[in-house]
Design a protein around this ligand. Structure first.
Ligand code: ASP
Ligand code: MG
Length: 408
């Protein structure tokens, strides 16, 4: 017998019918003798609906009140799921984040979990209950309701598993695992049997939307055994997120191709090539709370250089305005921006022990005449920025070149 934490996402609990199906799945695991704690999201679309409603009152809603409001989405699903479980003859109890006492800091709409009280859940498990916990929410030390950021129920699931030292954390979603890339773009994409935490973290931060980044960080830190599965299939192994196995021979060089259409590029041309320039350019951007991703500075020539970086498209206009001021201040030649770019990345721990991954990536893109505008690397990934209109082509040819296409 083991203790399993299961997390069900919004589409998995998107209708009464689906909630009944979740209850059946929970019942099946319970019948096998396992102890089950379930974390659930709001019904699909509900969080968006609530945010839109709040915006009808305040264009940027008060964060404390917004948390009070959006946390109701999950409060509805825990109750419905507990009812469905009871209908199947199981003992079940639902709890909000505050009732469990998922203690967080006070950063409304993006709070971090500080600790979780597990006594109450333990007692319920010991008396044979399924414990159903609202995802995405917690409470701060003053008793204010907080939420963990969009997609935060994943983090609730993993954090519960860590706190309870569960044997496994199963994340049920609308896909049956983690794929080598988005199957909507590459129909030959394959489900991965396993992927390492580091790769998953890169994939999540590079644009793959399967898991909230923070949940992966959490699982890595607390060594939670994590599996992504489909809630619409009876069986299926899903994808196991693992620690890198020492000396594993068959490690593929590349595990996946990630991409992101959400970035825009800004270039400041002809800035003086001297100490302090990067800070003078990016300082005001950071002060405006704009996150910067890729940064590139050219080798200087004749006392000046060019400086480029990417920001989220949402922040593009704001960043351009800031940079126009910076340009005047620095006496730079010009500021140019381009929001029709995309970022494509190849990810794989196998890269550490193989040379030539970058050159193969560049050759593959060159053969199709795709121009690389920016690039950046880490130990296990190579990212390039290209014209947005070539994104799908780039993903397809890289998927093939790195032998990720499914054999048919
Ligand atoms: N309901 C929240 C959201 O839509 C949290 C979650 O689903 O994970 O972001
Ligand atoms: Mg989600």
């Amino acid at each position: 017998m083991s203790l399993i934490v299961q997390k069900y996402g919004g589409t998995s609990v998107g209708s009464p019918e689906r909630i009944r199906n979740v209850a059946k799945r929970v019942a099946k695991f319970k019948a096998q003798g396992h102890d089950i704690v379930v974390a659930v999201s709001a019904m699909s679309g509900e969080t968006n609906r609530l945010i839109a409603l709040a915006r009808e009152i305040q264009s940027s809603p008060d964060p404390r009140e917004l948390d009070v409001m959006v946390s109701t989405g999950e409060q509805v699903t825990i109750a419905l799921l507990a009812m469905a479980l009871k209908d199947l003859g199981l003992k079940a109890k639902s709890y909000t984040g505050a009732q469990v006492r998922i203690l967080t800091d006070s950063a409304h709409t993006k709070a971090r979990i500080v600790s979780i009280d597990e006594e109450r859940m333990r007692a319920d498990l010991d008396s044979g209950h399924v414990v159903v916990v609202a995802g995405f929410q917690g409470v701060d030390a003053e008793g204010n309701i907080t939420t963990l950021g969009r997609g935060g129920s994943d983090t609730t699931g993993v954090a519960l598993a860590a706190a309870l030292k569960a044997d496994e954390c199963q994340i049920y979603t609308d896909v049956d695992g983690v794929y080598t890339t988005d199957p909507r773009i590459v129909p030959k994409a394959r489900r991965l049997k396993s992927i390492t935490f580091e790769e998953m973290l890169e994939m999540a931060s590079l644009g793959s939307k399967v898991l909230q980044i923070r949940s992966v960080e959490f699982a890595g830190k607390y060594k939670v055994k994590l599996r992504v599965l489909s809630s619409f299939e009876e069986d299926g192994e899903g994808t196991l997120i693992t620690f890198e196995e020492e000396g594993k021979m068959e490690q593929p060089i590349i595990s996946g191709i990630a991409f992101n259409r959400d970035e825009a590029k800004i270039t400041v041309r002809g800035v003086p090539d001297k100490p302090g320039i990067a800070y003078q350019i990016l300082g005001p951007v950071a002060d405006a709370n704009i996150e910067v991703d890729m940064i590139i500075q050219n080798v200087g020539a004749e006392g000046t250089t060019d400086f480029s970086f990417t920001v989220n498209k949402i922040d593009y206009d704001k960043a351009m305005k800031i940079l126009q001021d910076v340009q005047k201040h620095l006496g730079a030649r010009e500021v140019i921006g381009d929001s029709s770019i995309a970022k494509v990345s190849v990810v794989g721990v196998g890269m550490r022990s193989h040379v030539g991954v970058a050159s193969q990536m560049f050759r593959t893109l060159a053969e199709e005449g795709i121009n690389i505008q920016m690039m950046s690397t880490s130990e296990i990934k190579i990212s390039v920025v290209i014209d947005e209109k070539y994104l799908e082509l780039a993903v397809r040819i890289l998927h093939k070149a790195f032998q990720l296409d499914q054999e048919v």
